[in-house]
Unconditional design. Structure first.
Length: 124
């Protein structure tokens, strides 16, 4: 079936064609925020942000080039773990703030425990 056909992404990964709708939606939302035309991460549906964090946390863990993180969304209670160097660094912030930061947008500055968050390498 064509849905299972392998597709090579812009990053050189081979994925099944069934991933294309997610990749396009992810790109559309994130870059719509980057255009600064009225959409912010806070305006993206929470279910989408949670899926985005699932995706980016898994990708960062697979790369293993950044710090280990334990992320908690203060507004939903959801949590993610990113494997990396060092002990896991806890970061608690609103879901939209975590999604923005994990995708390389400006850091939230401090987490809710008033610690400076670590710098992150590129996610794509």
């Amino acid at each position: 079936m064509a849905r299972r056909a392998p597709v090579i992404t812009a990053q050189g990964r081979t994925v099944p064609a069934t991933e294309i709708p997610w990749l396009r939606a992810r790109e559309a939302y994130v870059h719509a925020v980057d255009l600064d035309a009225g959409l912010s991460f806070a305006g993206i549906p929470g279910e989408f942000l949670a899926a985005l964090l699932d995706d980016v946390a898994a990708r960062r863990s697979a790369q293993g080039t950044g710090p280990a993180l334990t992320l908690t969304a203060s507004d939903t209670g959801a949590a993610w773990h990113v494997t990396g160097s060092g002990g896991p660094y806890p970061v608690t912030a609103q879901l939209a703030v975590l999604a923005a930061w994990l995708t390389g947008r400006p850091a939230p500055g401090t987490d809710e425990a008033n610690r400076t968050v670590p710098d992150l390498p590129p996610w794509l």
